[in-house]
Design a protein around this ligand. Structure first.
Ligand SMILES: Nc1ncnc2c1ncn2[C@@H]1O[C@H](COP(=O)(O)OP(=O)(O)OP(=O)(O)O)[C@@H](O)[C@H]1O
Ligand SMILES: [Mg+2]
Length: 250
């Protein structure tokens, strides 16, 4: 009898120890995964700046120079022949400049670092409407104060991915985004009235079968102690909702 009690005690202690190791391992894994994600965001920030400052400045100079040539052209005999071509070149240079700026902002909008989530989401909504004709109705509450920068990035990327999905897959011309602060949680909902899909089949399917967007969102949220839910069915629109704690668990 004594022996059995001893053994049970031993096994319980051993279990406890293994459990602690598991928790420790999980914590280290989360830390590592977060670090990888941060490096990725830093790299995006660096690329965005390089694109803006490097390519952007060269294209600005090119545009200016072409415009100066355009002004001087009037004095020459062959102006009539060259003018349309030069006008085309100016137009192309301006286009390339605008595109490089936009790409830079989409990679990592400076407004997210400078002004925070509220301003960055408004910018995203405006850009999607102007660029792609997607009307985004934003309802934001409790975001006046800045949040943890990593959390701001997480939420911005989530909304960006969900809205990109609406554009690419939903066939809808409007979407609703709601972000609110409730108690210790940040809650978000992104919905559309588009063609919908079967989320279970999509998320359970093989890694390579579909894109990484939704899976990536779910995994990243879990790193922050949050959860992702998708409600959708063919023909019935899509609702992506998530909740994430404002303070990280210790
Ligand atoms: N709002 C939506 N409306 C309709 N279908 C959607 C919507 N969001 C996602 N889907 C479906 O779920 C699939 C998986 O989406 P997910 O974002 O994971 O991948 P993706 O957009 O195809 O590729 P990626 O995001 O990696 O570029 C999509 O291919 C699409 O079929
Ligand atoms: Mg996607």
């Amino acid at each position: 009898m004594h022996e059995i009690v001893d053994r049970v005690r031993h096994i319980t202690r051993e279990n406890e120890r293994l459990f602690q190791r598991l928790i420790e391992g999980e914590r280290r894994f989360r830390g590592l995964a977060k670090a990888v994600w941060k490096v990725q965001e830093d790299e995006r920030r660096r690329l965005a700046r390089e694109l803006h400052d490097g390519l952007g400045q060269t294209l600005t100079a090119l545009t200016n120079q072409l415009e100066r040539l355009q002004q001087k052209l009037g004095e020459r005999d062959d102006a009539a022949e060259l003018a349309p071509r030069l006008a085309d070149s100016v137009e192309m240079a301006r286009l390339a400049l605008n595109e490089s700026r936009e790409l830079s902002r989409l990679l990592r909008p400076p407004v997210l670092d400078d002004l925070g989530l509220e301003a960055a989401l408004s910018w995203l909504a405006r850009t999607l409407e102007q660029r792609a004709g997607l009307r985004v109705e934003l309802t934001l509450s409790g975001l006046a104060e800045r949040l943890d920068p990593d959390l701001e990035t997480l939420v911005f990327r989530l909304v960006q991915e969900a809205l990109t999905n609406v554009l690419r897959h939903a066939g809808a011309d409007r979407a609703q985004v709601a972000v609110s602060r409730a108690g210790g949680l940040l809650e978000l909902r992104i919905s559309d009235g588009g063609r919908g899909f079967d989320p279970d089949a999509t998320l359970v399917g093989r890694e390579t079968a579909t894109g990484l967007g939704l899976r990536g969102m779910r995994d990243r949220l879990e790193l922050f102690g949050g959860r992702l839910e998708i409600a959708s069915a063919p023909g019935r629109g899509t609702l992506v909702s998530a909740a994430v704690p404002l303070l990280e668990a210790p």
